[in-house]
Design a protein around this ligand. Structure first.
Ligand code: CTP
Length: 205
């Protein structure tokens, strides 16, 4: 099957030297890409800025911002059988990024932010009948409730839910997988490589 997987953070430019980003390491998305390739699938990995080696025989496309990630995902989504959005995409970007380096001024600075596209929600709207769409939910509160809300709202087939303290930037993670039929699978504190393998086996079963 053809897999499209996203990984890592995005960077939203404030000016030529500054940006807004998050703590995502990209490890989970890269582990999923490696696991899918090892299981015999064709994999395109759309990656935000991370310093991880590209898994063998995976086609990697680097992007920086949420807008670039959206363009790369939409371009490759049409042919994908399975899409996994593991990237931590910024929900907001500076509304007026500067083309010259900003100079400090007396007093405070207000930064106006505007919404980025919710890529996963767009994919949920355009999803074809036999395409599998999988999202992630990293939460600090109400993990199950928030994850199930995203599963419904974004029209997903599966959602992988984890606590921010367990999975952001770490080598291992604890995950709960939910599908739209109400099934629930729990994976406790597992190395991301093994977790990726288990997650794919569960989803493809
Ligand atoms: N996602 C996306 N595009 C965005 C933001 C998020 O495709 N602009 C995807 C992520 O890759 C992840 C899922 O949506 O698979 C959940 O992201 P999250 O930011 O937790 O969800 P939101 O719906 O933005 O909810 P909230 O920020 O309110 O928690």
């Amino acid at each position: 099957m053809k897999f499209l997987i996203t990984a890592g953070p995005t960077r939203e430019k404030i000016d030529p030297v500054r940006f807004i980003t998050n703590y995502s390491s990209g490890k989970m998305g890269y582990a999923l890409a490696a696991a899918a390739q090892k299981a015999g699938h064709q994999v395109i990995l759309i990656s935000g800025p991370v310093v991880l080696p590209c898994p063998d025989d995976v086609e990697r496309i680097f992007v920086e911002s949420a807008a670039e990630m959206a363009a790369a995902v939409h371009k490759n989504a049409v042919n994908a059988d399975v899409i996994i959005m593991a990237a931590a995409v910024a929900d907001y970007r500076p509304a007026h990024p500067e083309t010259s380096k900003m100079k400090k001024m007396p007093g405070d600075l207000m930064l106006q932010l505007e919404r980025t596209e919710d890529i996963l929600a767009s994919l949920g709207k355009s999803k074809t009948g036999n395409q599998l769409l999988i999202g992630f939910a990293a939460e600090t509160d109400d993990l199950e409730k928030n994850a199930l809300g995203k599963l419904q709202r974004k029209n997903l087939d599966w959602i992988a839910a984890n606590w921010v303290k367990d999975g952001f930037g770490t080598a291992s993670n604890s995950l709960i997988l939910f599908n739209r039929n109400g099934d629930k699978f729990v994976f406790e504190n597992t190395e991301k490589e093994l977790l990726a393998k288990r997650m794919l086996e569960t989803i493809l079963k």
